[in-house]
Design a protein around this ligand. Structure first.
Ligand code: SF4
Length: 186
């Protein structure tokens, strides 16, 4: 956020940048978890990875209260209208993360019954690779979305979607260290 010190104890900035900063610092996720990627989302939301650092620790299961839809898992053709309805019920501005190979491409489920990429039906802002993506990769995706929100500014009049899309790289080299277990409290 661009901040300028005009004089002692006086800070100037632009409203647009303040709004963007507030939005990117409080992304509220709605996890649309249909398969194993959903379990990885749950792991990411736990204390070990601390999504609160990004202001995104409170999962909302009402579309009215969420602005970051995380599609985690394969989506069947029959389920797609439900996902579209949920997306439509979210208020603007809103963003979509496609988490994992299944959500982005159908993954290994190359069948008539599975959607071969949710971006054929709803706009996707960030694609997170992996099967499943590690929590670090999902967090990288959330940070990529924060960069989009920073650049995006206020929603354009007319409700047009933003053209920005980011595909991030896997972060397999980042691995958490095992936590030693203490037996008997000693
Ligand atoms: S991408 Fe892999 S881990 Fe995620 S839902 Fe598909 S099969 Fe499961």
């Amino acid at each position: 956020m661009g901040i300028e010190l005009a004089a002692e104890n006086i800070i100037t900035t632009r409203l647009r940048e303040v709004v963007n900063w507030a939005r990117r610092s409080s992304l509220w996720p709605l996890p649309f978890a249909t398969a194993c990627c959903g379990i990885e989302f749950m792991a990411t939301a736990c204390a070990r990875y601390d999504l609160a650092r990004f202001g995104a620790e409170v999962a909302r299961f009402s579309p009215r209260q969420a602005d970051m839809l995380v599609v985690a898992g394969r989506v069947s053709v029959k389920m797609m209208p439900v996902l579209q309805r949920i997306y439509e019920q979210m208020t603007e501005p809103k963003w979509v993360i496609s988490m994992g190979a299944c959500a982005s491409t159908g993954g290994e489920f190359d069948t008539y019954a599975v959607v071969q990429g949710v971006d054929q039906y709803i706009p996707v802002d960030v694609y997170v690779p992996g099967c499943p993506p590690r929590p670090e990769t999902l967090m990288e995706g959330i940070m990529a979305l924060q960069r989009i929100v920073d650049r995006d500014g206020l929603p354009p009049s007319g409700g047009q979607r933003r053209p920005l899309q980011i595909a991030i790289q896997p972060t397999h080299e980042v691995r958490p260290q095992p936590v030693p277990l203490t037996v008997g409290g000693h």
